[in-house]
Design a protein around this ligand. Structure first.
Ligand code: AP5
Length: 210
């Protein structure tokens, strides 16, 4: 399985990706997590830190290089799940080129769909435990009292609204790209986590994806 998960902020890409990757023993590769880790280590160009803080994309060539290198890892031999990549048609096309060069084509692209107001509620009330990296939600999945909580810089409401605009303007175009080649599966992301997981599994386990 070589998969990509698409969807607006807070759609549940990270939450569902973690479950699927544990179930199928494949690595979860999130460009957002990779960029945040580089920022924490002081290795991210200040201009890119600023772009992320405003909810803008980082340049295609930066994330394409990250994904090209990461997916060559030995742990990716049996498959992988890309969470939040690609976000533009040039990224999707570069991914196809790199994977076809390795004779390991993408299996499927799954788009989690939710309305903008839910996107905002999910992102703004998200908190992450600094020690474990576990994501919580103040309303839907409250953290334990001893958690050391962090609020993502780009999870402020005005920034989330901008991330949604960027998604609609740029990433939404990636859906028809995959639709044309019959690799896209759309999944309703509304409902509790277990309910959405059932839909994701059913969308991925069609004959051509199993
Ligand atoms: P990234 O980290 O990828 O952010 P995102 O795509 O906006 O996605 P989120 O992490 O906000 O949401 P999610 O869908 O993973 O939701 P989650 O499962 O956590 O990217 C951040 C930034 O990095 C970008 O803005 C850009 O600057 C840069 N970047 C990254 N990739 C790039 C690329 N390819 N090109 C260019 N720039 C790039 O869930 C959210 C919350 O909801 C959690 O609290 C969770 O507990 C809760 N929740 C999830 N599912 C449910 C449910 N079913 N019911 C109730 N609560 C739920």
């Amino acid at each position: 399985m070589r998969l990509v998960f698409l969807g607006p902020p807070g759609a549940g890409k990270g939450t569902q990706a973690k479950i699927i990757c544990e179930k199928w023993s494949i690595p979860q590769i999130s460009t957002g997590d990779m960029l945040r880790a580089a920022k924490k280590e002081g290795k991210l160009d200040p201009q890119l830190v600023e772009a992320m803080g405003k909810g803008a994309h980082v340049p295609d060539e930066v994330v394409i290089r990250l994904i090209d290198e990461r997916t060559k890892g030995a742990d990716c031999a049996k498959g992988f799940l890309l969470d939040g990549f690609p976000r533009t048609v040039p990224q999707a096309s570069a991914l196809d080129t790199m994977l076809s060069g390795r004779k390991q084509p993408l299996t499927k692209a799954l788009a989690l769909e939710i309305a903008d107001e839910l996107s905002i509620e999910r992102a703004v009330l998200r908190r992450t435990d600094r020690r474990t990296g576990q994501a919580y939600h103040l309303k839907y999945n409250p953290p334990p009292p001893d958690a050391d909580l962090e609020h993502r810089a780009d999870d402020q409401e005005d920034v989330v609204r901008n991330r949604i605009c960027v998604y609609r303007a740029m990433t939404a175009e990636v859906l028809p790209y995959y639709e044309k080649s019959e690799r896209l599966r759309r999944v309703d992301g509304v409902g509790d986590v277990a309910e959405v997981t059932k839909r994701v599994l059913s969308a991925l386990k069609t004959p051509e994806g199993a």
